[in-house]
Design a protein around this ligand. Structure first.
Ligand SMILES: Cc1ccc2c(c1)c1c3c(c(C)cc1n2CCCN)C(=O)NC3=O
Length: 278
């Protein structure tokens, strides 16, 4: 069980360099003093009162922790330790030395279909595990897919950042305008009920990017991107997709579908002929 340490994280961990920062706060590499094992420490500033603008609502962070602490899957980020003070929370997480899938693709420009399938099968198994527990991530994108090590033939990945994740209580239509324009599904923009199918649209966008290095709906501005998403306006540009198999295109077509109910589920993706032969 996960203890909520009242003391300071520095009593148990030596804090090292900053690995990244974002809307949530700062992530630093750290080393557990008693074992010498390295971890990632995510520092989240929590609001003093409802008034202040800085930091996140404490309840929101507690929701993320509540979701993370019960998850146990090789492709989902594991929460090791938790520290809370009145103005910040510190999540101690597994260290993913390989960094973001986003940077991995940027370095390689694009991946072979075999490499893409290798990553997607892991992402789909993690998402299948979440959806089976009625949890949706709602912010799936290459920045939130981390690699254990990148200099190995088949890098192991984990899904991180459950800051926007939700438990999908049956019947509760969860609506929230969140996520990143390039990856969000039409129903998010139309403020319609969200579901696990919302994650599957994002996986369609991620697949398109893995195979081509291009983002299917990205426009000059966020507004243009959002309208491209609403129009479902994307194409397999000949120049970037001439070498791509028909099965890969079919896989993407069955995810970038406007009607959420018509999209493949994670389980259906895992038996799609493009992925299955694995
Ligand atoms: C080597 C490296 C570099 C940047 C990292 C991480 C690791 C990292 C990690 C985590 C999070 C939530 C954010 C992280 N970031 C920030 C960027 C994440 N999109 C995490 O949970 N484990 C990490 O290793």
């Amino acid at each position: 069980a996960l203890a909520l340490h009242p003391g300071s994280v520095e009593e148990l961990y030596e804090l090292l360099e900053t690995l990244g920062s974002g809307h949530f706060g700062v992530v630093r590499r750290c080393r557990r003093r008693s074992t010498g094992v390295f971890y990632a420490a995510k520092f989240i500033k929590t609001r003093r009162g409802r008034g202040s603008r800085r930091g996140l609502e404490r309840a929101q962070v507690e929701r993320e922790v509540g979701i993370l602490r019960d998850l146990q899957h090789p492709n989902i980020m594991r929460l090791h330790d938790l520290f809370a003070s009145k103005s910040q929370m510190v999540l101690v997480l597994e260290l993913m030395r390989g960094g973001e899938l986003f940077d991995f693709i940027a370095e390689k420009e694009m991946l072979s279909e075999e490499e893409a399938i290798g990553f997607l099968a892991q992402i789909l198994r993690g998402v299948q595990y979440l959806h089976a527990r009625h949890i949706a991530h709602f912010d799936l994108k290459p920045e939130n897919i981390m690699l254990q090590d990148k200099d190995v033939p088949e890098p192991q990945i984990k899904i991180i950042d459950f800051g926007l994740a939700q438990k999908l209580e049956d019947g509760v239509t969860f609506k929230s305008l969140c996520g990143t324009p390039q990856y969000i599904a039409p129903e998010v923009i139309n403020y319609e009920p969200l579901s696990s199918a919302t994650d599957m649209w994002s996986i369609g966008v991620i697949t398109y990017i893995l195979l081509s290095g291009l983002s299917p709906f990205q426009g000059e501005t966020d507004a243009e991107t959002l309208s491209n998403v609403l129009d479902g306006a994307y194409e397999f540009e000949e120049h970037h997709f001439s070498q791509t198999s028909e099965m890969a295109k079919d896989f993407i077509r069955q995810l970038l579908v406007k009607e959420p109910r018509e999209r493949m589920t994670a389980s259906e993706c895992l038996v799609h002929p493009w992925i299955k032969p694995l």
